[in-house]
Design a protein around this ligand. Structure first.
Ligand code: FMN
Length: 191
């Protein structure tokens, strides 16, 4: 099955990306296809509140001409969705919030188009604010009838400068377990 992760970090291949890749290891080992979309190199802006998605109901966003529909299309085609963000002022990055608002509104305009897909959130954090950040991402899953996957601890990794998350052994093992739990669920959904 296909797992698509959206990474809202401003850093390409930073701590957030590293955590996502760690989660992907058991998923790939179980035969699932995994793709990470990094918003650092695929820029998106916020929802314009044009409500065209509600008028057209064509599973697309019509308010912007950026990569938003690239993300929405990838999430639509995925069997499971991962939202990953660095913690910025105790919340998600602006780019991740743009995806939550735009993909969330398009999904709601189209009969909750991600309903019953498994979803997991991941936060990269230097020190504090990760729980609120995870909550923000989980809101997209919970209002959209998705199935939220957890791990052995909160889905976070500790690190400031890019690469520092490598030193967080517990954070990385939390990602491994998250991937194992997602794989367990996907195997049962596939059966
Ligand atoms: C604008 C901004 C705000 C931040 N706010 C917080 C914060 O509230 N709490 C925290 O622990 N770290 C904060 N950080 C640090 C990042 O969450 C941390 O460095 C993270 O590992 C970055 O992940 P990345 O390498 O994927 O960009 C902030 C960083 C930036 C750039």
């Amino acid at each position: 099955m296909k797992v698509v992760a959206v990474n809202g970090s401003a850093h390409k291949d930073g701590n957030t990306a590293r955590l996502v890749e760690e989660m992907f290891v058991p998923l790939r080992a179980a035969g699932h296809e995994c793709e990470q979309i990094q918003l650092a190199t695929n820029r998106v802006e916020g929802c314009t509140a044009c409500r065209s998605c509600y008028k057209k109901k064509d599973r697309r966003c019509h308010g912007r001409k950026d990569f938003g529909n690239g993300v929405i299309e990838a999430l639509d085609g995925a069997d499971a969705i991962v939202l990953a963000s660095p913690v910025y002022f105790a919340d998600v990055s602006a780019e991740m919030k743009a995806i939550i608002d735009r993909a969330g509104y398009v999904a709601r305009a189209n009969g909750n188009m991600f309903a019953r897909k498994p979803g997991a959130s991941i936060a990269a954090v230097r020190r504090a604010g990760a729980i609120h950040t995870l909550d923000t991402m989980n809101h997209l899953f919970l209002i959209g009838e998705m199935i939220v996957v957890g791990s052995s601890y909160w889905n976070l990794g500790l690190g400031g400068a890019a690469g520092e998350v490598e030193n967080d052994v517990e954070g990385l093992s939390t990602m491994t377990r998250l991937g194992e739990n997602m794989a367990w669920l996907l195997d049962r959904l596939e059966a």
